[in-house]
Design a protein around this ligand. Structure first.
Ligand code: PAF
Length: 282
């Protein structure tokens, strides 16, 4: 497995693979790899001949009071996991390799980030698009795999790929869950033992709401309100829990047959922010 630090190095390696006719699959990550990431790598392997994984904790997608400093960094273990999964190349740049001190150009996201995580984390998706756009230009993959857990990220990156004409196929891999339903996340490491017991409550609430909707509830506002109160009673602080249109990512009041929705929630449990979602097709 090649481990590239610089942009020149990774470009050389990818160029050589491409010259052998290899199709390149790409999995961008911030490291602290868990089964969720490994499932993305496996998907990429199915879709491509060689897989490139990037490991970079992107400072641009953290707000001033967020967890950039404490975000788990486990490079040695991550490299071992990549090697075991048969990854061909890891791109692990330093901050200075990727960003200049001063940036003159930014990508702005319009209403797609008005709600969900974009609504509560100003600048988050601009920071993500900045790095993903760079990584796409540096790695030039044929196919890139992202997880459904960050579904708003997937939708916004898809729109960027479309609007900026990146010639990259995007794949959304399903959410990997622990046995009790908790969506896997690098941030789950922050949970205390007691919080870890409570944490699957978000998944259970989404599961319950989804069943009610599939059973015919078409104006879910009361249902959502009730589930929010239940979660609060268990110790969660609600950021959002709502139904969104899959394409526009705007909240919806009334559901209609033949449409696709995202039932999504973000909650705080102590210092840990958990997110999860279900895709609902009616
Ligand atoms: O999903 C993530 O881990 C990050 O947002 C990404 C896509 C690697 C960009 O930093």
């Amino acid at each position: 497995m090649d481990v590239c630090k610089s942009i020149d190095e990774i470009r050389e390696v990818v160029k050589s693979l491409k010259s052998q006719g290899k199709r390149i699959g790409f999995v961008p990550t911030m490291g602290a790899l868990h089964e969720g990431h490994l499932s993305l790598i496996r998907q990429a392997k199915e879709k491509a001949d060689e897989v490139v994984v990037s490991i970079f904790v992107n400072p641009e997608q953290f707000g001033p009071n967020e967890d950039f400093e404490s975000y788990p960094r486990e490079m040695e273990e991550d490299l071992k996991k990549c090697e075991d999964e048969g990854v061909s190349v890891v791109f692990a740049p330093n901050r200075d390799d990727v960003y200049d001190e001063k940036k003159y150009i930014r990508i702005e996201v319009d209403e797609l980030n008005r709600h969900m995580c974009g609504g509560s984390r100003p600048g988050f998706f601009e920071g993500i698009l900045l790095i993903v756009n760079k990584l796409f230009n540096i790695v030039s993959p044929d196919v890139a795999v992202f997880g459904q857990k960050d579904i708003q990220q997937f939708q916004i990156v898809s729109r960027m790929v479309y609007e900026f004409n990146h010639n990259i196929e995007l794949i959304m891999a399903p959410i990997e869950r622990a046995n009790d339903g908790l969506a896997l996340s690098s941030r789950n490491k922050y949970l205390s033992l007691e919080e870890r017991e409570i944490a699957p409550g978000l998944y259970r609430a989404l599961n319950y709401i989804e069943k009610q909707i599939q059973g015919g509830v078409d104006t879910p506002s009361l249902l959502l309100k009730h589930q929010k109160s239940e979660l609060e009673a268990k110790g969660f602080k609600i950021d959002y829990l709502d139904m969104f249109d899959k394409k526009t990512l705007q909240p919806v009041e009334t559901l209609s047959k033949g449409s696709e929705y995202i039932l999504a929630g973000a909650v705080w449990l102590g210092k840990t922010r958990l997110i999860d979602n279900f895709l609902i097709e009616l």
